[in-house]
Design a protein. Structure first.
Length: 146
């Protein structure tokens, strides 16, 4: 059986595209909270941001909130990623925990020691971080207006 050139080219393109969807999991960058932020403010901002971006709440402790994305049950059957937002009154950071259906593996982009996952996971983490930061800014502004 001989494979036609267009079919072989399409298969090669699919393999190359599939490989490029993985990215190393980045270390979380602590984000500084505005002055005067309390741990309760931080928890409120995390909950508001997660809700706005449709993350699902998994659990909560004194200084960490565990979240999962996406929250929609039909999408969760296909894939999901779990995160933990660690915080105190001064800063927060979004940590990747694990995923299912997102190609998590060791090694990608010529870095065999790196833990890798679908590149969208990093985008979800950045979006959550930006949204939490924005919610903190709004809480700070509301506090200043009072």
């Amino acid at each position: 059986m001989q494979i036609s050139r267009p079919l072989a080219a399409a298969a090669a393109l699919l393999l190359l595209t599939g490989c490029s969807t993985l990215a190393p999991i980045e270390e979380p960058v602590p984000v500084q909270a505005p002055a005067g932020t309390s741990a309760a403010d931080m928890r409120t901002a995390i909950r508001q941001a997660a809700s706005a971006l449709r993350f699902r709440f998994v659990s909560e402790t004194d200084h960490a909130v565990r979240l999962s994305y996406p929250s929609h049950p039909e999408k969760r059957e296909k894939f999901h990623a779990d995160f933990e937002v660690r915080y105190d009154a001064e800063h927060f950071e979004v940590h990747y925990l694990t995923s299912d259906g997102l190609g998590e593996q060791m090694g990608c982009r010529n870095a065999p020691a790196d833990r890798c996952v679908h590149h969208n996971v990093m985008r979800w983490m950045r979006n959550l971080s930006y949204k939490i930061d924005g919610c903190l800014a709004r809480l700070q502004t509301a506090r200043e207006i009072r």
